[in-house]
Design a protein around this ligand. Structure first.
Ligand code: PHE
Ligand code: ZN
Length: 882
């Protein structure tokens, strides 16, 4: 057994491959317990390389035979060690034949070729292709693929791979075949095959150029009533990319396939996107408004990858954010444009920033903090993070903020003009943005190289005599692992100034022309002062409008300033932000009080009055009112404390919600009544916004946990004609002492037993209910529907508890941590990627009180000392303990 620590891979060590692969031909004989794979590749020496060895990678493969230019290679003609196959050669041209044998039915890692519910699927990003055959499995090696699939006709009537279907037919003996050819060269991580009993919804559309394309959404039989929304989303994505970026679908056929066992959200394999069912299947009965929105976003995301990721791909995995950050930015813009209204866009923006603060800010402040373009990793799967994705998207958004929409588009055009068909670096993207706009973006590079969330402290001085208003911005960035001292970032800070009526002032920044309402200050030094002229009265500043940079901005607002901004700011993001600042202030104070024994928590009429105004402001969209009435989460509050006390935070937040429910009960009841959505269900933004506000009202009223609240929730639960309303009501009941609670949970299960995605919701809402402790989770794990093997199910119960129920997870006896360790270890033996994600739940252990810290440390050590731990999990717990 190997006990040594797995090696770290460094970005600085990148070397080009010694051989390029030009063509790949593969033949698969599909059998669950023994699939034979014959691969023929033609290779060409990379003239710039001095390496006299051809290097291929393989994992968990049974190697049958290697032939070099037709001749069988004896075991002395190559070296095979630790998954690396080295063939000494300097030949200009090579034909390599490799035969491997796989056991897809025993593949629980869900990487490479695996079986799910009797069907075959592949997942090759990042390094899964090497579980199919030995190959130079690295993204800068791009080839064209021709794939022959053979299998039992009855068991696998559908045989799919990338590109175009060239030929299909019968093989006699009950088997058949299909031959696929992908005309575009691609890295191996974009390879895919699917085989099994599947059915599809299809549609032919005309592309902008007039060409026709066949679109298909493949699902298991019985799910065809749940594909329309994914199809609509796909068509909208295609149209949007044509319009916004002038990018057209380059294939004649584009397929989406849904699979119930999947590690991630979805995968952008060329022409054959494979999706977690969670991001495909929807109808009103099983999917919530949030599900509908997520499906639109993920379908868009994977489709957009066709250009940003596939046509232009990554040189190496350190450049992952080149495709992910950019593609998340694109899907965010797509979703915003689909809503269409200004206020809808703002709500989408707020949602995205909430994710960033809830998940990325803690990551950036913890032991796994890494730059958007990391310098090293042990296991690349661990770097599919909120930093790469969401912070990466913020970095891309900043180009647009600095260059404007048109400037950003120019940069995109130049990027494709230069790099179509290439595997490139983040720096190439920055260069395209810079060159297309004649802008120096040298310093902007630090967003890629430095980790940590920058802190920007603003101070202001109003000079009533000279009518000037000076804003001083001072930036710093906390130390992160391996990066002690940081250099200043190039930070766009969008600013507006409100006059005493709450209107935007005209802005005359010294040295610049006058602008209407918002100006983007470019903070480049550690400290800079920006002076506004002709400022007739002391304004209230609206800082970092639309969240123009992923930073923590601090300014000494008075409570009155914040209430004023909440009521008047023309920037909807900052209207929301002001409310959050006010609420966070109260929550932090209440948390401090809750930590003193015998202290009494007290209400705050000023906050509830401000929130009352927002709640009742008919000029505001219901969706905005809902998001504004939502208090900062327990995690967000925790990040603002020096020492986290989960129970005190929970108590404080619960108290504040209860007191708001008391103060605003009549208003909530009114909002509940006013935001009903009678008639047929539709997931459009306006209807979804109304339901969101109505269900927010229900959740506040339910905090009172009285008979009237119980009746309200029970009535909604029984009468709901859509999953949004049903699950909201069930969630309210699950958090209550309602007498009908157990019966409601049981009934829900009975009604939706046959719908795995709904059963996930059922586990999840119980996992996050406030009375659910470790013992209750263990009991739920005994339920016949529970399984650790299915990632969605494991996430629905175990992850929901460990990440979504902080006050119970952090029980003072440490029982939550012991449970966590057990589950990480159990999962690691099944699926290292999923285990390593769960392992992240203790990232912030050093921020807790010593008594909890020591128990977390013990749990981490227990995992770290487990024999045969995957390198995925080893890296995460190792970095946590370091
Ligand atoms: N590349 C996929 C996406 O962002 C995510 C993914 C990564 C899926 C690794 C599977 C495995 O859309
Ligand atoms: Zn992606």
């Amino acid at each position: 057994m190997r006990t040594d620590t797995p090696p770290t891979i460094y970005r600085k060590d990148y070397t080009p491959p010694s051989y390029w692969v030009r063509t790949v031909e593969m033949g698969f004989d599909l059998e669950p317990s023994a699939t034979r794979v014959a691969t023929r590749m033609t290779l060409e020496r990379n003239q710039t390389s001095n390496d006299k060895v051809l290097t291929l990678y393989g994992e968990e493969l049974q190697l049958v035979q290697i032939r070099l230019n037709g001749k069988v290679l004896g075991t002395k003609a190559y070296q095979l060690k630790d998954g690396v196959l080295r063939i000494p050669t300097t030949a200009e041209q090579i034909t390599l034949d490799i035969e491997t044998l796989l056991q897809p039915d025993r593949n629980t890692s869900l990487m490479g070729l695996y079986v799910s519910n009797g069907n075959f699927f592949t997942q090759c990003e990042a390094e899964g292709f090497r579980k199919i055959t030995y190959f130079p499995d690295r993204p800068d090696v791009m080839a064209t693929y021709k794939v022959m699939l053979r299998g039992d006709k009855k068991k696998y009537p559908v045989l799919l791979s990338n590109g175009n279907l060239i030929e299909q037919g019968d093989l006699g003996d009950g088997r058949h075949y299909a031959l696929w050819e992908d005309p575009f060269k691609k890295p191996s991580y974009l390879f895919a095959l699917v085989a099994g009993q599947l059915v599809c919804q299809e549609e032919t559309i005309k592309l902008k150029s007039g060409r026709e394309a066949l679109l298909q959404v493949w699902v298991e039989e019985g799910n065809l009533d749940k594909t329309q929304h994914a199809m609509d989303s796909l068509i909208n994505s295609i149209r949007w990319d044509e319009e916004r970026f002038g990018l057209e679908l380059d294939l004649d056929r584009f397929m989406i396939v849904a699979v119930g066992d999947f590690n991630m959200g979805a995968m952008e394999n060329k022409g054959l996107n494979i999706f977690n069912t969670k991001f495909v299947l929807a109808n009103p009965r099983i999917a919530t408004d949030v599900d509908y929105g997520n499906i639109e976003a993920v379908v868009g995301h994977e489709y957009f990858h066709n250009w940003t990721g596939n046509r232009v791909t990554c040189r190496d995995w350190f450049q992952l954010s080149l495709k992910e950050g950019l593609t998340v930015f694109r899907d965010q813009e797509f979703s915003a444009d689909m809503i269409g209204t200004d206020s809808g866009r703002a709500v989408k923006r707020i949602d995205d920033v909430r994710v960033l603060r809830q998940a990325q800010f803690p990551e950036d402040a913890g032991p796994m903090a890494h730059p958007v373009r990391p310098d090293s990793f042990v296991e690349i799967s661990n770097f599919y993070t909120v930093t790469i994705y969401e912070k990466g998207a913020e970095v891309v958004r900043m180009y647009q903020t600095l260059l404007g929409r048109d400037g950003f588009r120019k940069g995109m055009d130049l990027y494709f003009e230069r790099h179509d068909g290439q595997a490139v670096e983040c720096d190439d993207f920055r260069a395209a943005m810079s060159d297309a706009n004649g802008r120096d973006l040298t310093q902007f590079e630090r967003w890629y190289s430095q980790a940590g969330t920058p802190r920007v402290v603003a101070t202001t001085v109003y000079d009533a005599v000279h009518k000037t208003y000076a804003i001083t911005l001072k930036q710093s960035c906390p130390a992160t692992p391996g990066q002690k001292n940081k250099l200043p970032f190039h930070i766009p800070v969008a600013v507006g100034l409100l006059d005493s009526n709450g209107n935007d002032m005209q802005l005359h920044l010294r040295g610049f022309p006058q602008v209407q309402s918002t100006v983007v200050l470019e903070l480049m030094e550690e400290q800079q002062t920006f002076v506004f002229e002709d400022v007739s009265e002391e304004p209230v500043p609206s800082l970092l409008r639309d969240f123009s940079a992923p930073v923590n901005l601090e300014y000494d607002y008075s409570d009155a300033d914040l209430a004023f901004l909440m009521a008047h700011d023309s920037d909807a993001f900052n209207r929301w932000e002001a409310g959050q600042r006010l609420a966070a202030r109260r929550l932090l104070a209440l948390t401090a009080t809750a930590q003193q024994s015998g202290a009494v928590l007290t209400t705050d009429p000023a906050l509830s009055e401000s929130l009352r105004l927002t709640l009742n402001d008919a000029a505001l969209d219901p969706a905005f009112r809902e998001i504004a009435l939502n208090l900062p989460s327990e995690t967000v509050i925790a990040e603002q404390m020096d020492v986290i006390n989960p129970q005190a935070i929970h108590q404080a937040r619960r108290f504040l919600r209860q007191s708001l429910a008391q103060a605003l009960r009549a208003d909530f009841i009114e909002a509940y009544k006013a935001n009903q959505t009678p008639g047929d269900y539709s997931p459009d933004a306006a209807s979804a916004g109304k339901r969101a506000l109505k269900n927010l009202a229900l959740s506040y009223i339910s905090e009172l946990d009285d008979a009237a609240a119980h009746v309200m929730a029970q009535t909604q639960c029984d009468g709901a004609d859509n999953m949004t309303d049903r699950v909201a009501a069930l969630g309210a009941l699950a958090n209550s002492t309602a007498p009908g609670k157990e019966a409601a949970l049981a009934q829900f299960y009975q009604d939706f037993e046959a719908e795995p995605l709904v059963v996930d919701k059922w586990f999840s809402l119980q996992a996050m209910a406030r009375t659910t402790d470790v013992a209750a989770v263990r009991k739920l794990m005994q339920h016949p529907a529970f399984s650790l093997k299915n990632p969605n199910r494991a996430r629905s119960l175990i992850f929901s508890f460990c990440n979504g129920n902080p006050s119970q997870f952090h029980a003072s006896d440490g029982s939550g941590y012991a449970f966590w360790a057990e589950q990480v270890i159990a999962l690691d033996a099944i699926n290292p990627q999923v285990a390593a994600r769960l392992a992240r739940s203790l990232d912030r252990w050093r921020k807790y009180a010593p008594s909890l810290q020591s128990k977390m440390q013990a749990a981490l050590k227990r995992v770290a000392q487990t024999a045969k731990l995957s390198k995925d999990t080893k890296e995460v717990v190792g970095k946590s303990l370091a």
